[in-house]
Design a protein around this ligand. Structure first.
Ligand code: G6P
Ligand code: MG
Length: 223
């Protein structure tokens, strides 16, 4: 079992961890689902967290038994429509949209010499970091365009450790999504979940909210 003293780096998810863009993603998908006549519910919304753009669209179409109703070109047009709505909301973001305690946590990690990388499935991650004025904190970003598999596959978290030249066991992966926690565990990193303890039961440690994620509290849980 990994000890706190073994930890050298943190591999961060973005949406729902550093900022509440998971709500913006959800709103934009909800709007698209409504326009397609697919009924929306919390399970569908939660299941989409951490899932790539095209896989999210497939999940929504499947939920409405419409997966065979559109060809690839039409699917790309639907995903683009959702993304345009999402980007319009992202463009309104400011550093005030950083979730409670996260800036202080990132500052503390930097001050104490931990290495940081970003493992977000979002192709909009650089834009979001820029809006939050956090790009400097994450010089190492895994580009989701180069991935073969999305979360829950471990690939993005494996690469998140690789870009830091660290062994996965020296890293804590930080996630709000069940699919992301699964990916961290499969990559052999320590999984830190933020959100509902039941939903994130597979995580090595769960915090109810971002404000309680501190090095002190992590050390207490890891021992
Ligand atoms: C993150 C979010 C998902 C989103 C995915 C792709 O993982 O949690 O909700 O679908 O990124 O985002 P993108 O901005 O590339 O559409
Ligand atoms: Mg997330």
């Amino acid at each position: 079992m990994t000890k706190f003293a073994d930890i050298k780096g943190f591999v961060f998810d973005l949406d729902g961890v550093i900022t509440d863009t998971s709500v913006l993603h959800g709103n934009a998908w909800h709007q698209l689902a409504d326009s397609l006549g697919v009924s929306w519910n919390d399970d569908l919304a939660n299941g989409l967290k951490g899932i790539s753009r095209m896989d999210s669209l497939e999940m929504i179409l499947k939920a409405g038994h419409k997966e065979n109703d559109y060809n690839q070109e039409q699917k790309v047009a639907l995903a683009t429509q959702k993304n345009d709505n999402y980007v319009a909301e992202v463009n309104k973001m400011t550093p005030a949209n950083i979730l409670p305690g996260m800036k202080a946590f990132l500052d503390d990690l930097r001050a104490k010499g931990y290495q940081l990388s970003l493992a977000s499935a979002s192709k909009n991650a650089p834009r979001v970091l820029d809006k939050l004025q956090l790009a400097d904190y994450f010089p190492k970003v895994v580009d989701p365009a180069n991935l073969t598999h999305g979360k829950p596959d471990p690939e993005i978290y494996t690469k998140g450790a690789q870009v830091l030249n660290l062994d996965p066991a020296q890293c804590i992966g930080v996630e709000d999504a069940a699919a992301g926690v699964q990916a961290i565990n499969a990559a052999g990193e320590v999984s830190l979940g933020i959100g509902d303890a039941h939903e994130l039961a597979a995580a090595d440690m769960v915090f109810a909210d971002t404000a309680s994620v501190t090095l002190e509290n992590i050390a207490k849980k890891l021992g």
